[in-house]
Unconditional design. Structure first.
Length: 187
């Protein structure tokens, strides 16, 4: 069974986290470990009609961002990767500097030190030089940066089509096969 950690931060784009959690929940071969920051919870209320209980029910395990003693805070917790979606620039900066002041930052720090998959989904525009330098540093440290930039070769018709394409990319990054979005078939 694959074990995936999902960290949801206060950047706009909670819809990406929800779509990812729904796709992971649909898989019987995946166990999910979810951490929502306080600002992620605020954005959930601002951006969706879902409740915190609704979102937490999409994961197998839930942790408080303040729970530095959670099992996902240790390198001895074997997992197949962590996805931070959406990733605020505060969180990106914290991870890039090793400032693990909450469970999302600590679990990401563990992913880096253990050389496990760490996928960052930055949600900010425009990006400042500081943002770009932090993202570059994370890339150099082994994190994969997957901004939620839509593709149009698949001719999306809805917001869900666009979100599903990003979700497919995230699942690909942790080695989970899916067909929730059309793939490029060549011209």
């Amino acid at each position: 069974m694959k074990k995936i950690i999902v960290g949801v931060t206060g950047a706009s784009g909670t819809i990406y986290a929800i779509a990812l959690l729904q796709a992971l929940q649909a898989r019987s071969d995946v166990e999910t470990h979810l951490v929502l920051s306080a600002w992620a919870q605020k954005n959930l209320a601002l951006e969706t009609t879902l409740t915190l209980t609704d979102v937490k029910s999409l994961a197998d395990f839930n942790y408080s961002e303040r729970d530095q003693g959670a099992k996902i805070a240790s390198g001895s917790f074997l997992n197949d990767g962590m996805i931070v979606v959406p990733a605020s620039m505060k969180t990106v900066a914290g991870i890039a500097c090793g400032f693990a002041d909450n469970l999302i930052g600590r679990a990401a720090d563990v992913a880096l030190k253990e050389r496990r998959k760490l996928i960052i989904v930055p949600r900010e525009t425009p990006l400042s030089t500081i943002h770009l330098e932090n993202l570059l540093k994370l890339s150099r440290l082994g994190a994969q940066i997957i901004p939620p930039i839509p593709a149009f070769y698949n001719q999306p018709k809805t917001i869900n089509d666009i979100v599903n394409h990003t979700t497919m990319k995230l699942l690909d990054a942790v080695g989970i096969s899916t067909d929730i979005s059309p793939r490029w078939q060549g011209d």
